[in-house]
Write a protein that binds this ligand. Structure first.
Ligand code: GTP
Ligand code: MG
Length: 299
C-alpha cells in the first residue's frame, strides 16, 4: 500500500436550481437512458446519489432534495462535487435559488453547466432574457464570449439529454480527475437514516482508496464494521471505488450528511476515536443540529 496508484475517477455532478425547474425530472430522464441501455432497472428513490454508465464512462449524480442535505453539502461537501448542473426552466427564468446555486458554485470553485430545461415550452419563455440575467453572474455561453456550456433540454420530452451528458464528459475530461485508487478508503456521507431492522444506514461517497465490505470505519462521531454494502439499486456489493456512492450498514449510530469517514486498522482504534469525539461533543454540549453547521470538524 506504499505505492499510490493514481486513476481517473468518475465526475461527481450535482444538479441544482430553483424549485420545480425540473431537477428530479432531468435525473429521471437520465436514469431511463440508463434503463434503455440495459445497465440497470430498479430505481430507489431514497438515495440522493447514483451512478450511470455511458459507454466507457461513469458519471455520478447527486440530486439536491431536502433542505438539510442541501445545506450540509453546501457547508462541508462542496468539495465532493466536481461539476454543477444549473437547471433553469425556460418558462420561469432566473429565480432566487438559481442565484443561490450560482453563488455556491462560485464559492466552491466548481464549474457550472447550464441546462435550460422545459425547452418544449420555448414559446412561453425568453431565452435571451435568461442568458442576459445569467451574464450578470458571469455565466456566459461560448457564443456570448464566455466559457460555460449551455444546453437546451426537455426532461419531459427527452430532448437534449445526450448533449448534456456529452457536456459533462467534456467538462470532466478538462478537470482531469485523478485520485488515489488503492489503499484504505476515505469519503463523505451524503445521506443517512435509521432502518428499524438493519440499524443506521449511510449513503457515502468514496473520495479515495477502495472501500470493502468488512472494513472498519470512523464516521463523524460514529464507528463500525461494514457488515453490508449496497449500490443504489439495492444490490449487495463488496467493493466501492472513488466517486461511487454506496449504502453502508454497520455503524454504531446515524452519522450526518457531510460527515467524513475514514477506514482504520482495527475496531479498538475506531471505537477509541469515536468515543473521544463523542465525549468532546458532550463537553461542548453541541447538538446534532448545530453540528450540521460546523465546517470540516473532523477533516
Ligand atoms: P424540486 O425538487 O421541488 O426543487 O423540483 P425539481 O426541480 O426537482 O422539479 P421536478 O422534476 O419535480 O419538476 C417540476 C415540474 O416540472 C413537474 O410537474 C414536471 O413534470 C415538470 N417538468 C419537468 N421537466 C419538464 C420539461 O422539460 N418540460 C415540461 N413541460 N415540464 C417539465
Ligand atoms: Mg426534485
Amino acid at each position: 500500500s506504499s505505492n499510490n496508484i493514481l486513476k481517473i475517477r468518475p465526475p461527481v455532478v450535482t444538479i441544482m436550481g430553483h424549485v420545480n425547474h425540473g431537477k428530479t425530472s432531468l435525473l429521471d430522464c437520465i436514469r431511463s437512458t440508463k434503463i434503455a441501455s440495459k445497465e440497470c432497472g430498479g430505481i430507489t428513490q431514497h438515495i440522493g446519489a447514483y451512478h450511470v454508465k455511458i459507454k466507457d464512462n461513469v458519471i455520478t449524480f447527486l440530486d439536491t432534495p431536502g433542505h438539510a442535505a442541501f445545506t450540509s453539502m453546501r457547508l462541508r461537501g462542496a468539495k465532493i462535487t466536481d461539476i454543477i448542473i444549473l437547471v433553469v426552466a425556460i418558462d420561469d427564468g432566473v429565480k432566487p435559488q438559481t442565484i443561490e446555486a450560482i453563488q455556491h458554485s462560485k464559492a466552491a470553485n466548481v464549474p457550472i453547466i447550464v441546462a435550460i430545461n422545459k425547452i418544449d415550452k420555448l414559446e412561453e419563455g425568453n431565452l435571451n432574457q435568461i442568458k442576459n440575467e445569467l451574464s450578470k453572474y458571469d455565466l456566459l455561453s461560448e457564443e456570448w464570449g464566455g466559457e460555460n456550456i449551455f444546453v437546451n433540454v426537455s426532461a419531459k420530452k427527452n430532448i437534449g439529454i445526450k448533449n448534456l451528458l456529452d457536456a459533462i464528459l467534456l467538462q470532466s475530461e478538462i478537470l482531469e480527475l485523478k485520485v488515489k485508487a488503492n489503499g484504505m478508503a476515505k469519503g463523505i456521507v451524503i445521506e443517512s437514516y435509521l432502518n428499524k431492522g438493519k440499524g443506521p444506514i449511510a449513503t457515502v461517497l468514496v473520495k479515495e482508496g477502495i472501500l470493502n465490505q468488512g472494513d472498519i470505519v470512523v464516521c463523524g462521531i460514529e464507528y463500525g464494521k461494514i457488515r453490508n454494502m449496497r449500490d443504489e439499486d439495492g444490490n449487495t456489493i463488496f467493493t466501492a471505488s472513488p466517486s461511487i456512492p454506496v449504502e453502508i450498514i454497520g455503524l454504531s449510530g446515524i452519522p450526518i450528511a457531510g460527515d467524513y469517514f475514514t477506514v482504520v486498522k482495527n475496531e479498538k482504534k475506531a471505537r477509541e476515536v469515536a468515543l473521544y469525539r463523542q465525549s468532546k461533543f458532550r463537553e461542548i454540549k453541541l447538538s446534532r443540529k448545530k453540528r450540521l453547521n460546523l465546517e470540516n470538524l473532523f477533516d
